[in-house]
Design a protein around this ligand. Structure first.
Ligand code: SER
Length: 329
C-alpha cells in the first residue's frame, strides 16, 4: 500500500531542467525521463540541443536569468521540480567575472523566488568543490570548514549555498544541493572547467595517441564518473525532506587522481599513449582546490555511495567511445 502511494507521489512530479544541453544536463534529462516518463521532464536551454534530447520529450528555449521566462514554462506545464543546471564554470568565469556572477546568481535567485512564491515545490541546484580555497584543508576536506574561494565561480557557489540555506530557513523552500567534484563523461563534453582535461584526455588518446595537459602531472583533484553524479542527484532529490540535514550543500566524493595517474590507466588500453604537460592559469585554480573530499555526511544522511573507481570508469569510457567512433573520429 505504502509502496503504491509512494509510486503515485513519484509519478506526480513534473520536472523542468534548465541548462539541459550542458554536460550534466544531457545525462540528467536522459535519466529523469527514464524514471518519470518522457512527457514529465521538460528540457530547456538557451540554445537548441541534440535531436535525441529535443525529440525524446518536451523542449523549451529558456533564458536562465529571466524569471518571467522560467515562470511561463513552469505555468505552461505545471512544473513541480526545477533542476537548475545552467552555470558558467571556473575557467570561463575567470575570463568574464561579472558575466559569470550574473548568470550563476541571477538564475538561482529567480528559481528560489519561484519556490518562495509556491509556484514550484522543489529545487535542485549544484554547488562545487570550488567553494573551497587555499586556506581550506586539502586532505579529507570536511563538510564544514574554512571557505575562502579564489575564483569567481567559487565565490558564486559559496554565495549561492548561503542563499539556498536562507530560502530554506526563512521561507521553507525545499532546495537541495551537492558540491560536485570534477565530472567525467563521454557523451557530452564539458566547457570552461578546470577539470575538463580529464574528459578531453580520453578523446585525444583515441584520436591522436597523445595529449597535452593544462595541469601539472601531480595536480590531484576530486573527480567522479557521470553515472555516479546522476545517481547522487536523483538520490538526494528522492530523499525524504527530513533526511536532508544540510541546506547549504553536501560534500560529495568518489575518486581523486592526478593527470599522471589517469594517463597510466589510459595506457592500459592505448599502450603508445603519450602525455605532455603545459600548465596554464588553470593550474592556479587547481592548486586552490582540495585533493580529497570527506563526504561522510552525504553517505550518512541520504545513503550516498559511489560505484566507479578510476579503472572501472576508464574501462567504461574507452569501451563506449570505441563503440561510438562518430563522437571522436
Ligand atoms: N568541474 C568544475 C570546474 O572545473 C568544478 O566544479 O569548473
Amino acid at each position: 500500500m505504502y509502496a503504491y502511494i509512494f509510486e503515485l507521489l513519484i509519478m506526480s512530479e513534473t520536472i523542468l531542467i534548465i541548462g539541459a544541453c550542458g554536460q550534466i544536463g544531457v545525462a540528467l534529462t536522459e535519466r529523469l525521463r527514464a524514471i518519470y516518463g518522457n512527457q514529465q521532464v521538460i528540457a530547456s536551454d538557451i540554445r537548441e540541443g541534440s535531436a535525441a534530447l529535443m525529440e525524446s520529450g518536451p523542449f523549451e528555449i529558456v533564458d536562465a536569468t529571466n524569471k518571467e521566462n522560467i515562470q511561463e514554462v513552469v505555468e505552461k506545464y505545471g512544473v513541480t521540480d526545477v533542476y537548475l543546471m545552467a552555470a558558467m564554470l571556473s575557467a570561463t568565469a575567470e575570463k568574464y567575472p561579472l558575466k559569470g556572477w550574473d548568470l550563476n546568481m541571477t538564475s538561482l535567485l529567480a528559481v528560489l523566488e519561484l519556490a518562495k512564491e509556491k509556484l514550484i515545490k522543489k529545487v535542485y541546484w549544484p554547488s562545487s568543490m570550488a567553494v573551497f580555497g587555499s586556506t581550506s584543508p586539502k586532505m579529507n576536506t570536511p563538510q564544514q570548514t574554512v571557505m575562502e574561494p579564489s575564483t569567481v565561480y567559487g565565490i558564486s557557489k559559496v554565495a549561492g549555498e548561503h542563499w539556498c540555506n536562507y530560502y530554506h530557513d526563512k521561507y521553507g523552500v525545499d532546495v537541495r544541493s551537492i558540491r560536485y567534484p570534477g565530472i567525467i563523461s563521454w557523451k557530452t563534453l564539458p566547457g570552461g572547467g578546470t577539470t575538463d582535461y580529464a574528459v578531453d584526455i580520453y578523446f585525444e588518446a583515441l584520436k591522436k595517441g597523445s595529449f597535452e595537459c593544462f595541469l601539472k602531472e601531480d595536480a590531484r583533484l576530486p573527480m567522479m564518473y557521470m553515472e555516479d553524479a546522476i545517481d547522487a542527484t536523483v538520490k538526494i532529490m528522492q530523499a525524504a525532506p527530513e533526511e536532508i540535514k544540510v541546506r547549504t550543500s553536501y560534500n560529495l566524493a568518489a575518486i581523486s587522481f592526478t593527470p599522471k595517474e589517469i594517463s597510466e590507466e589510459i595506457k592500459k588500453y592505448v599502450p603508445e599513449f603519450e602525455m605532455s604537460y603545459a600548465p596554464d592559469f588553470r593550474q592556479d585554480i587547481a592548486d586552490s582546490w582540495p585533493d580529497i573530499i570527506d563526504d561522510t555526511q552525504a553517505r550518512k544522511d541520504w545513503g550516498w555511495r559511489h560505484e566507479y573507481d578510476l579503472s572501472a570508469m576508464t574501462k567504461d569510457i574507452i569501451e563506449n567511445l570505441k563503440a561510438n567512433k562518430d563522437l571522436w573520429s
